[in-house]
Design a protein around this ligand. Structure first.
Ligand code: PLP
Length: 345
C-alpha cells in the first residue's frame, strides 16, 4: 500500500523508538516528566515563544488555545475552510460557550482584511453582540492545497490584530512545511502569532502529539484546560521522546516530501482526465474531469490497486507525501492511478 491519504500515517523511526525506550519518565500532571519538560522548552525555543505545552492532539491544542483566549459568549473569528471550523466538532462552542464567526477563505488560504472588518462593525458596547476575542489563521492551509501564508500578509494581520486589540492564534499543524517552503526559520513564520499549535504527528513523523506555544500566562491557562479536557497524561515522556527526535531530525528533510509532491503532481498532470492543482508543500489536490466518473469510484479503485487517496471537500482528491513515501513510491502510484483512470467509463 502506498499511503497518500495523510501525513498522519507515518510510523516512528528507529531513532524515535530508541529514544522512547530510553526516555527518562515522571508524572507529567505533577510537572515531573523530564522528557515532556524538555520537549515543551525546546518547542517554545524553536518557535520563539515563552512557553510550551504538550498535548495528545492538534484538536486539543487548538481547543485549549481557543478557550484560553475566549471568555464564554466571546466570538472567535475563523476561516470557513479552516480545520478549526470544519473538522473539530465545534469544540469551543460545545465546551467553552464561544461563538464561531466564519469568514470566507480566499483561494490562497488568507482571510481578507475587508472581510475581517465585518465582525468589528458591531458595537462592543451594545449588549446584543458577542465580542470578538480571537482571530485564527491556518498555516499551511490544508483545504487550500497546503499553501503557506505569505509573510507580509502575516505582518499585516498582526497590525490588524493590534489595532483591534484581539489575539491571533495560528493553527500551524504543518507550520514546519511552511517554513521549509518559504526557506525561513519556523520562528519567522510564527512571529506574528500570539499562540501557535503544531502537530508532531504529521510531517514531523512522530506517532502522537501536538504542541501549543505562546505567552507564559496563556500557556498556564491552557495547561489547566488540558487537565479539564482529560488531556493530562502521566508518563507522557514515552511519546514526548519521539516528539523530541521529530523536532530535531524531521524539519530538515521536509523538502524531500515537497519534491515528491511536485513529482506526483507532474506525473498526474500527464494522465488524461485529471486536473491537478498547483503544489506548494506536501499536499497535492486533483480532480477527475469526467462527470460520469465520480471521485468515490476513483478512491475505491485506487485503494484496490494499493494507493491510498481521499476526497477532501468540493470533490477534490488529496494526496499527501511524507517520510513513509519515497520518490520510487510516487512513480509507482502515478502508474497505478493512470491505469485506474485509463479504464474509466
Ligand atoms: C490535522 C490538523 C489538525 C488536528 O490535529 P489532530 O492531531 O488530528 O487532532 C488541526 N489543524 C490542521 C490544519 C490539521 O491539518
Amino acid at each position: 500500500m502506498i499511503e497518500l491519504r495523510s501525513d498522519t500515517f507515518t510510523l516512528p523511526t528507529e531513532a524515535m523508538l530508541d529514544a522512547m525506550r530510553h526516555a527518562a519518565l515522571g508524572d507529567d500532571v505533577y510537572g515531573e516528566d523530564p522528557t515532556v519538560n524538555r520537549l515543551e522548552d525546546r518547542a517554545a525555543e524553536l518557535l520563539g515563544k515563552e512557553s510550551g505545552l504538550f498535548l495528545p492532539s492538534g484538536t486539543m491544542a487548538n481547543l485549549t488555545a481557543l478557550l484560553a483566549w475566549t471568555p464564554r459568549g466571546g466570538r472567535i473569528i475563523v476561516g470557513d475552510e479552516s480545520d478549526i471550523y470544519c473538522y473539530e466538532a465545534g469544540g469551543a462552542s460545545v465546551v467553552g460557550g464561544a461563538v464561531y464567526h466564519p469568514v470566507r477563505t480566499q483561494a490562497d488560504g488568507t482571510l481578507s482584511l475587508a472581510d475581517l472588518e465585518v465582525p468589528f462593525e458591531d458595537d462592543p458596547e451594545d449588549p446584543q453582540f458577542a465580542v470578538p476575542a480571537l482571530l485564527c489563521l491556518e498555516n499551511t492551509h490544508n483545504r487550500c492545497g497546503g499553501i503557506p501564508l505569505p509573510l507580509p500578509y502575516l505582518d499585516e494581520i498582526r497590525r490588524f490584530a493590534d489595532a483591534k486589540g484581539i489575539a491571533l492564534h495560528m493553527d500551524g499543524a504543518r507550520v514546519f512545511n511552511a517554513a521549509a517552503a518559504l526557506d525561513v526559520p519556523v520562528a519567522t513564520v510564527v512571529a506574528a502569532a500570539d499562540t501557535v499549535q503544531f502537530c508532531l504527528s504529521k510531517g514531523l513523523g512522530a506517532p502522537i502529539g501536538s504542541m501549543l506555544v505562546g505567552p507564559r500566562d496563556v500557556i498556564a491557562r491552557a495547561r489547566r484546560l488540558r487537565k479539564m479536557l482529560g488531556g493530562g497524561m502521566r508518563q507522557a515522556g514515552l511519546i514526548a521522546a519521539a516528539g523530541l527526535v521529530a523536532l530535531e531530525e524531521s524539519p530538515a528533510r521536509l523538502h524531500e516530501d515537497h519534491a515528491n509532491a511536485r513529482r506526483l503532481a507532474a506525473g498526474l498532470s500527464s494522465v488524461e482526465g485529471l486536473k491537478v492543482h498547483p503544489v506548494h508543500t506536501n499536499i497535492v489536490f486533483f480532480e477527475v474531469l469526467d462527470p460520469e466518473y465520480p471521485w468515490r469510484r476513483l478512491v475505491a479503485e485506487a485503494a484496490a490497486v494499493g494507493v491510498g487517496i481521499a476526497e477532501l471537500g468540493h470533490g477534490r482528491i488529496r494526496a499527501v507525501t511524507h517520510c513513509g513515501v519515497t520518490a520510487g513510491d510516487v512513480e509507482v502510484a502515478v502508474e497505478r492511478l493512470a491505469g485506474v483512470v485509463g479504464v474509466r467509463g
